[in-house]
Design a binder for this molecule. Structure first.
Ligand SMILES: [Zn+2]
Length: 245
């Protein structure tokens, strides 16, 4: 028992060493690029909406069906990111999902019409309804439930755009396994603001001011937070975790 736990730990450490080479550029670069390509193919196959709640096992099956099976290197890379310690590259957020293979049953989520996103049934849908009542038609849900596979795509995309720099990537996107989007948090914006909803411009909108002044929201990542995550005024905290606001 103790022996198997030890060897599992060693295996994990081995793959963590590989991830570190990404920072300086190495053979992982190829893995990252190839993985990004395969994840994009699977997203196109299952559709943008369903991809948000796709499980890891479904990813493997769909990739194989598309004749783009994940390689051992790609799976080892995913596991090293998911199960590794992100403090090594400056991300101090807490783990939200213990298992890469987590499945969220469809009955536990609600699709929010015309948004392309789901919310977790319960606290998240209640919070969203409360905010929707306050703001009205100007409010849009810009991101909801994201299981590890979707978070992996966002993270790998950000890595590719950051020259493989994990520190840079994790400053704006939590690694898979470490996002509260997997357990209830969601992002909101103002209708018509598009991608600017994910910039500090959102803070200047009447939508943000109404919410903030009303004390309706608790922001997960406040300015100069201790978690190594940029300030995200559009991210609504729903459940658990450190109290940051
Ligand atoms: Zn968010």
């Amino acid at each position: 028992m103790a022996l198997s736990a030890l060897s599992a730990g060693n295996a994990l450490w081995g793959t963590m060493e590989e991830v570190d080479t990404t920072v300086t550029g190495g053979r992982i670069d190829f893995t990252v690029r190839s993985l990004l390509n395969k994840l994009t193919i699977v997203q196109n196959q299952v559709g943008y909406v369903q991809f948000n709640i796709l499980s890891f096992d479904e990813l493997l099956k769909t990739a194989a069906r598309c004749k783009k099976p994940l390689t051992r290197d790609e799976i080892a890379f995913i596991e090293s990111i998911f199960y590794g310690d992100p403090r090594k590259y400056g991300f101090f957020g807490e783990r939200t999902v213990p298992q890469l293979t987590v499945v969220t049953p469809k009955k536990d989520v609600v699709y929010v019409d015309k948004t392309g996103h789901f919310l977790m049934k319960g606290a998240a849908t209640e919070k969203y309804a409360q905010i929707k009542r306050l703001i009205g038609p100007d409010l849009v849900l810009t991101s909801g439930v994201r299981l590890p596979v979707k978070q992996l795509l966002l993270f790998v995309k950000k890595m590719a755009n950051s020259g493989g720099d994990l520190r840079l990537a994790s400053n704006s996107i939590a690694p898979p396994g470490f996002t509260f989007h997997s357990v209830g948090d969601f992002d909101i914006g103002k209708v018509g603001l598009g991608q600017y909803n994910f910039t500090e411009k959102f803070q200047e909108t009447d939508v943000f001011k109404k919410l903030y002044d009303g004390g309706y929201i608790a922001i997960r990542y406040t300015a100069n937070n201790l978690f190594g995550v940029r300030y995200e005024p559009w991210h609504i905290k729903v459940t658990g975790g450190f109290e940051t606001a």
